[in-house]
Design a protein around this ligand. Structure first.
Ligand code: CP
Ligand code: NVA
Length: 309
């Protein structure tokens, strides 16, 4: 059956662990090589990934492109505005056509259902490069970063402060699959999707949703936040004001575990969701986290194409 990676649950706990191990070991094995040099085994030689972007991207675009190069394959990168998709060709027809040309498709879209429909009609793996609902590739990179710095992912407590958005949804999903608690500090009116929380809790996920940022962050091993205004959302002063008590600053980091790590998927809005002293401080792992998009996605590509597991 054709694999898909629309959400972390598509791979399950075993698949995620396999991919994380692969990402860590493949990263080590190519240390010191120029970034554009393929891995010695070039496992995706002859394979092409098409990427569809309906929204802006720096990390996802470049890391997937370099991931395919390092795996020995190639990419075709398209902005939807330049495709017939952008002027009304259906996602189903797009899926059928691209499946005849390429070996896998990555999509970044505002509408999660579009990614689901693309996967439904494609004969090749479809990867979610961010939707309004989730960002599983980002969380694979976050998990790899935690694994590398903490030696494990299980059992560490994560605290999320801020907007109940797509990135949080994937963290909640990861926690329920891999067995780590997630404590969310979020203002009224900006909660994560209750269906995502319900799915995670049904899987045994330990999730706290609090209006109190102190309760959320106290004792946390991992502190994470993201922009208060995601792509496609209107800039709203009322939202920024509601979020301000949840800003990650030195005082909140001091409430977390003494060796707590700070994560942010980037791009950051310094002075909003996080202050410079934290994001540029000694507990911040953001550059490793950004680098690991590359390594984690290589493992996702290998898993999707049946080269792993
Ligand atoms: N974190 C992330 O997905 O970054 P980009 O929007 O730059 O791809
Ligand atoms: N929540 C953000 C993540 C950007 C990588 C957004 O959707 O814009």
């Amino acid at each position: 059956m054709t694999r898909r990676f629309l959400d972390l649950a598509d791979a399950g706990a075993a698949g995620i662990r396999l991919m994380l191990d692969e990402a860590v070991s493949r990263k080590k094995a190519r240390a010191g090589l120029p970034k554009g040099t393929p891995d010695r085994d070039a496992p995706l030689a002859g394979h092409t990934l098409a990427m569809i972007f309906e929204k802006n991207s720096t990390r996802t675009r470049v890391s997937f492109d370099m991931a395919m190069r390092q795996l020995g394959g190639t990419t075709i990168v398209m902005d939807s505005g330049g495709m017939q998709l952008g002027r009304g060709e259906t996602i189903a027809d797009t899926a059928h056509v691209l499946s005849r040309y390429v070996d896998a498709i990555m999509i970044r879209t505002d509408d999660h259902q579009k990614a689901v429909d693309l996967a439904k009609h494609a004969d090749v793996p479809v990867i979610n490069g961010l939707t309004d609902r989730s960002h599983p590739c980002q969380i694979m990179a976050d998990l790899q970063t935690v694994l590398e710095h903490k030696g494990r992912v299980d059992g560490l407590g994560w605290a999320w402060l801020g907007d109940g958005n797509n990135v949080l949804h994937s963290i909640v999903e990861a926690g329920s699959l891999l067995g780590f608690p997630v404590r969310i500090g979020c203002p009224d009116g900006y909660d994560p999707d209750p269906a995502v929380l319900a799915d995670a809790r049904a899987r045994g996920g330990e999730i706290l949703l609090s209006r109190d940022p102190v309760e959320a962050v106290r004792g946390a091993d991992i502190v994470v936040t993201d922009t208060w205004i995601s792509m496609g959302q209107a800039h709203a002063e009322a939202k920024l004001a509601a979020m301000m008590p949840y800003q990650v600053d030195a005082a909140k980091m001091a409430l977390a575990a003494s060796d707590a790590a700070f994560l942010h998927c980037l791009p950051a809005h310094r002075g909003e969701e996080v202050v410079d002293a934290v994001i540029d401080g000694p507990q911040s792992l953001i550059w490793d986290e950004a680098e690991n998009r590359l390594h984690a996605q290589k493992a996702v590509l290998l898993w999707c194409l049946g080269k792993l597991g």
